[in-house]
Design a protein around this ligand. Structure first.
Ligand SMILES: [Zn+2]
Length: 258
């Protein structure tokens, strides 16, 4: 009985993983504008995908029940996401690709270092045309109960629908019992409230939940999250391109709607 249940769970995981790729391939093939290189000098028609692994350097973020650092989990998932997206021809810019961060010499306190790092990330994002930001984080709560991935959207055009698509795929790929809905990022999150491009912050799981803490230790689960995040992007790619390159000619309404 036990092994049968285990077997069933295993095939469900394979099915979920295959599904993510089918979704990805489906939407990728629908995409009429080729992706893969940075915008050309005339503004281009490609998006600049930026993946931001939250925290890093002297800011480890939250610590899981078992002592895992959020910054390391974020980086691991972000690098896997970049790898998957690169297989589909998308060039990804990372706000960091190691745990180490070089701070300016005038930043002495941890707080000053964190502020300098966030400003550097913001400058990088603002320097790219047609940017789309995906920030990767892990959640933490004071009780062990809450679980489930959550997509949070920036108050910028295109972000809400991007997060709704992302949330749907996170649920179907990771946990069908996750009741969370895409929601607006709290106002105290600096980066997400100071960018002007479409952006989603993915809280992949709760480090305070024993089951998710255990899952986030495994390569399989982190790969599955990365595939879901990549799928969330490909599903939204056309919508995101419309945000930049129009076709609808209703940019004034977009600001009201989003
Ligand atoms: Zn975080």
């Amino acid at each position: 009985m036990y092994s049968l249940r285990k077997k069933l769970r295993y095939s469900a995981e394979i099915a979920a993983f295959s599904l993510i790729f089918i979704i990805t391939l489906h939407f990728f093939s629908l995409s009429s504008i080729p992706t893969g290189s940075f915008g050309s000098e005339d503004g281009g028609s490609n998006l600049n995908v930026i993946i931001d692994p939250g925290h890093g350097g002297e800011d480890g973020g939250a610590v899981s029940l078992s002592g895992m650092k959020e910054s390391e989990v974020n980086l691991d998932i972000a690098l896997r996401t970049r790898l998957i997206m690169s297989m589909f021809g998308v060039t990804v810019t990372m706000t960091r690709d190691t745990e180490n961060i070089n701070y300016p010499s005038e930043a002495v306190t941890v707080r000053a270092k964190k502020v300098a790092d966030q400003k550097a990330r913001l400058d990088l994002i603002k320097s790219l045309d047609n940017a789309v930001l995906i920030s990767i984080h892990q959640n933490y709560y004071t009780s062990a109960k809450p679980f489930g991935a959550e997509a949070l959207y920036a108050p910028t055009a295109g972000s809400e629908n991007f997060a709704i698509n992302m949330q749907e795929i996170l649920i179907s790929a990771l946990n069908e019992n996750n009741y969370r809905k895409a929601s607006k990022i709290p106002e105290n999150i600096f980066l997400m409230n100071n960018i002007s491009c479409p952006a989603v912050l993915v809280e992949c799981g709760f480090l305070s939940n024993p089951a998710e803490d255990a899952l986030l230790k495994t390569d399989e689960y982190k790969l599955k999250i990365a595939a879901a995040v990549a799928s969330g992007y490909f599903t939204s790619e056309r919508l995101l391109k419309e945000t930049f390159f129009g076709g609808l000619n209703e940019s004034e309404n977009d600001f009201l709607l989003y």
